[in-house]
Design a protein around this ligand. Structure first.
Ligand SMILES: [Ca+2]
Ligand SMILES: [Ca+2]
Ligand SMILES: [Ca+2]
Length: 472
């Protein structure tokens, strides 16, 4: 077994009716060539790209500090060809300061790596071989905090790369948006972007090619949702419409000394589901004593109307605990995955565990609430910058999720890949892959509250058996 495969665990056993289930594999990514931890470094703010044509191929980028005694950092990068069991790591443009990685794939399996090359401008790297090698940096304007999305539809915008950033930190004054319509060969002169402008947010592309964005407003007094229906058309200059949304709290800043002193407590995640639903989620400070919760809203009409905010974490409301770095991704089958760091493990809020919840009904209710890691001291191992980055990143598929996150299990800040194999509640329809067995479970129409019908498919390379359907 590879040395950096540090654990496999069952968050709870199959058959438990109340707490949900997940099988977890966790592997450290920022290691030496033997897969061993490097002492005295720091690695944080990871992002990952998954090849949709071969999900065993992934790349993760992060901020690599070779010594915690300095704020100098490079673009750490690693790739896997075996579903994350082993990773090969290096840095892009060795010796040059880089920060704020954001990685995404296009529909054909090319990877893109957005990187700040100074405080105020961004460059993009492209890999056509699953992250094994990367092309030269391509100037893409930008600024802190940039995010990217790539059109994976079969529509006119297929392959378009969109980049948005905080207008307050722009390399070109009063702009916040650019795109590439030539597969990353070049980026267009930047434009205004959403107005009002948003920050600390993310982007996604809907099934009809519409580009969506969500984030905090510039004053951090609320949140904004924005969309562009014409960014997909290369002959048109992208225009946006922006509107206020209520996420049930504000993006927090400046009051985080026990959690992430110099950093965010979370960006705003937006996801456009395959059925056209829009979901927005973030770790926000709600009214009242509770300092932070993971809050969620949805729109089923393309963003015209939004639900009331709902709280994803289910600890008692009003507890003095932080549910931070809330991150969401949606599977093609519609399952919504959410992870966050949770400080409710002690009263001082200086340790976190990684928690996981998921929804099988388009965000109406949340299952799981599973603890996926041991607790770790999130204040440990800061480089000369008092934070463990500003975000995590996750991509979902029909069987689970691939997560890139940072934690301090070794005593320093390190970046990990985690595979979360979701096992659905026995009373809910869904698919799960567990120990070589594919489980399909659904509720019989006449079964009332009794357990669901279950089918199990056991497969090995080159063969599969389907033993049929039985009542569980
Ligand atoms: Ca280390
Ligand atoms: Ca509060
Ligand atoms: Ca809370």
């Amino acid at each position: 077994m590879n040395k950096n495969l540090i654990w496999v665990m069952l968050a709870s056993g199959w058959g438990c009716a109340t707490t949900g289930h997940a099988q977890v594999t966790m592997v450290q990514v920022n290691t030496d060539a033997l897969g061993l931890d490097i002492l005295g470094d720091a690695a944080n703010e990871p992002s990952l790209a998954v090849d949709p044509t071969n999900p065993n191929r992934m790349a993760i980028g992060w901020r690599q500090f070779d010594t915690v005694a300095s704020n100098f950092r490079q673009a750490g990068v690693a790739y896997t060809t075996n579903g994350g069991l082993t990773w090969t790591s290096s840095v892009l443009t060795p010796g040059l300061f880089r920060s704020d990685p954001v990685l995404r794939s296009d529909a054909d399996g090319n990877f893109y790596f957005s990187s700040l090359s100074s405080a105020t401008s961004a460059e993009m790297f492209k890999s056509t071989n699953g992250g094994a090698t990367w092309g030269p940096p391509i100037y893409s304007f930008g600024g802190d905090k940039q995010w990217i999305a790539i059109d994976k539809t079969n529509g006119p915008g297929r392959g378009n790369i969109y980049q948005h950033w905080n207008v307050q930190f722009s390399s070109v004054p009063n702009t916040s948006f650019t795109r590439s319509t030539n597969a990353g060969a070049s980026y267009e002169n930047p434009t205004t972007g959403p107005n009002p402008s948003l920050k600390w947010g993310t982007l996604d592309v809907g099934p009809n090619g519409t580009l969506y964005a969500a984030g905090s407003n510039l004053g951090q007094t609320g949140h904004l949702f924005a969309w562009s229906t014409n960014a997909q058309f290369s002959g048109q200059s992208p225009t946006f419409t922006a509107t206020a949304i209520n996420l049930g709290g504000v993006t927090s800043g400046g009051r985080n000394l026990s959690v992430n002193p110099a950093g965010l407590l979370g960006q705003v995640s937006i996801a456009a589901a395959g059925n056209g639903n829009l979901y927005v989620l973030g770790s926000v400070d709600p009214a009242g004593a509770d300092p932070l919760d993971v809050m969620f809203i949805r729109s089923t009409d393309g963003g015209t109307n939004w639900s009331s905010p709902s709280r994803v974490n289910n600890n008692p409301s009003g507890d003095n605990s932080y549910q931070w770095f809330g991150t969401m991704s949606v599977a093609p089958n519609g399952r919504i995955d959410v992870i966050w760091n949770d400080t409710s493990v002690n009263a001082s809020n200086n340790f976190s565990v990684l928690k996981y919840a998921y929804s099988l009904n388009d965000g109406l209710t949340w299952l799981g609430q599973l603890t996926l890691t041991p607790q770790f001291n999130h204040l440990l191992g800061f480089p000369s910058q008092g934070k463990i980055g500003d975000y995590y990143d996750m991509t979902s598929d029909n069987f689970g999720a691939s997560l890139a996150f940072s934690a301090t299990f070794t005593g320093g800040q390190d970046v990990y890949y985690m595979r979360i194999n979701a096992v659905p509640e026995p009373t809910s329809a869904g698919l799960a892959f567990l120990s070589g067995v594919l489980f399909a479970r659904w509720r019989r129409k006449d079964s009332g509250d009794r357990p669901a019908v279950e089918a199990r498919i056991t497969s090995s390379p080159g063969s599969a058996s389907f033993p049929g359907v039985s009542s569980a």
